[in-house]
Design a protein around this ligand. Structure first.
Ligand code: ADP
Ligand code: MG
Length: 237
């Protein structure tokens, strides 16, 4: 099977070499759990190896994203034009005259249009929640399903960033849902990022591969550490 390596120390081992090419992967976690950092790492590292990636940002401006990721040591200029950032919010503001193009159309138009001149293989949408709010989904579940199908037809490996929601199970017990509208059933893969309590005062960043179709993977939590770049390691008791 053709796999896309994450090129993150520790994570490709968990995934048996990487993510099956063409997968739609949810990256789920609360704010600050490094969803942006993790997916930018994957795009940056693949760009260095010559594989093109497009990062579509709705949550942050391009400048804020570049500031953050350069702070983590990912220099955009090193990618030799193989990593492209689409700042859809700023772009939409500039599109004066065209009276309020719907967000979903704009997203699809640009991701598809860019493909013609910049043949990217990896795509990040940061975030699904922002797109949902801006596009004012009337039937969220239906529109989410149709978006995921549309993304699958693009035939690149896609990362959809989002926050978690907690569903109440039938018996009243809380069940962690990795997505808001059952996208978790449609997605080929799910990464869950969290901050877990460690000791009395500490917190540790953790990552778990909840699901990855076509892959025999470890399903436990691993530590997500940032020192000389991001890496995944075993949790030490
Ligand atoms: N230069 C840095 N070095 C280490 N950690 C950083 C650095 N800059 C930001 N962070 C950490 O990254 C977090 C934000 O990560 P981010 O990828 O934006 O999360 P998310 O997208 O899940 O909200 C910050 O809350 C901070 O703890
Ligand atoms: Mg983010």
């Amino acid at each position: 099977m053709n796999r896309v390596p994450t090129k993150m120390e520790g994570l490709d081992e968990v995934l048996g070499g990487g993510i099956p090419a063409g997968s739609v992967v949810l990256v789920s976690g609360a704010p600050g759990t490094m969803k942006t950092s993790l997916t930018y790492h994957i795009l940056h590292a693949n760009a260095l190896a010559g594989v093109r990636g497009l990062y579509v940002s709705l949550e942050q401006s391009r400048a804020s994203l570049v500031d953050h990721t350069e702070g983590l040591g990912y220099r955009l200029e090193d990618t030799d034009g193989k990593l492209s950032i689409l700042d859809l919010g700023t772009l939409r503001k500039k599109l004066t005259g065209s009276t309020a193009q719907p967000w979903m159309d704009l997203f699809k138009l640009y991701t598809q249009g860019i493909r013609k001149s910049f043949d990217y293989r990896l795509l990040v949408l940061d975030s699904l929640d922002a797109l949902e709010i801006l596009a004012k989904f009337r039937e969220p579940r239906k529109e989410m399903f149709s978006l995921i199908h549309w993304l699958r037809d693009l035939q690149c490996t896609t990362f959809l960033l989002g926050e978690l929601s907690t569903d109440m199970g039938a018996n009243g017990s809380a069940r962690t849902a990795y997505a808001k509208h059952k996208e978790e059933y449609l997605a080929d893969g799910i990464f869950h990022l969290r901050l877990a309590r460690q000791g009395e005062f500490g917190m540790q960043r953790q990552l778990r591969v909840v699901k990855m179709r076509g892959t025999r993977h470890d399903t436990g939590y691993h530590a997500l550490v940032f020192d000389n770049g991001l890496r995944v390691t075993r949790i030490l008791a």
